[in-house]
Ligand binder design. Sequence first.
Ligand SMILES: Nc1nc2c(ncn2[C@@H]2O[C@H](COP(=O)(O)OP(=O)(O)OP(=O)(O)O)[C@@H](O)[C@H]2O)c(=O)[nH]1
Length: 314
Amino acid sequence: MAANLGFRNAFTFQQSINWFPGHMTKGLRKIKETLRNVDLIVELRDSRVPISSINYEFEKVIGRMNRLVLLGDTFRKLGTNVAFSDCRDNRSIKTLLSSIKEFSTYKLSSNKKIVAMVVGMPNVGKSSIINAARQTGLNKGKAAKTGSLPGVTRNLSTLIKVFEDPDIYIYDTPGVMMPFIPNPINSLKVALTGGIKDDVADVEIMADYLLYRLNQFGSNIYVEKFGLEKPTDDISFLLNHLAKRIGALQSGGIPQLLTAANFFLTQYRMGKLGKFCLDEIDYDNVLKEIELGRNPEIQSKNKLRKESLSKTPK
Ligand SMILES: Nc1nc2c(ncn2[C@@H]2O[C@H](COP(=O)(O)OP(=O)(O)OP(=O)(O)O)[C@@H](O)[C@H]2O)c(=O)[nH]1
């Protein structure tokens, strides 16, 4: 932490960013209707926000079904049913396929096929992991549409076969946000990691929060990468500098700060400014925290609201 370098030690953000278009209501309903045909839920979360990306709407719908939680990143087994995964890493996908066999209710003695359903917030890599499983399991090409923006998958897919003997099929589902994210800072983190459409959020505030967190982490990558003399806590200074550096200037040489902010966010989302977990957890506690997300007690919106109000924004 770079707490005593004169940087801010708190970030104030009070209004939650919410994005819940109609296809998500429909998607959630379809997920619910289809659950009776599903042996196992594979829940994908963004490893940069493993707690902020817990969706309490899923908790209500999925309840206590068999579930494998994947944190999108390089594969690392964290516990019995929690793992990091990377759709670009073959080994990780092979382990996912064996985990699906292991954790589904399927028993090798039966002839039943295994049906899994991948759920998660938008843009966490659900469709990519299904395509990767199909590539690894059957050597077949893409079956699910992917894209770098949230909300590419808008409907529940038909069953996608990813493995043979035993036969494994997966449903792809539209990314679903919570209708209301009670903690504004959590909503900012989800938006920053690309889970909420940028035009719903304020890009310059996201850029400011990113700068605040990079400084908190004591990261100097942006300083070198952007040709700064030293770290700065001033987003206005940084965006003016970046706009000049990337040539984002209006007539008269006025810096285009929005373009600079978008550039800054893209660099972060591409992993070029380092990889940090934005949630306040350590990985020893991640299992416990994830389990907490499943505790029906914590699903009550009132309790969530109270919690969010009592927490100092980080
Ligand atoms: N670094 C990295 N990027 C990934 C991984 N999986 C997916 N991505 C990228 O994340 C973006 C979103 O991937 P999708 O598979 O479309 O995500 P989704 O969850 O299906 O998105 P929605 O359609 O919004 O529900 C794409 O740009 C992918 O290339 C991963 O394991 N590692």
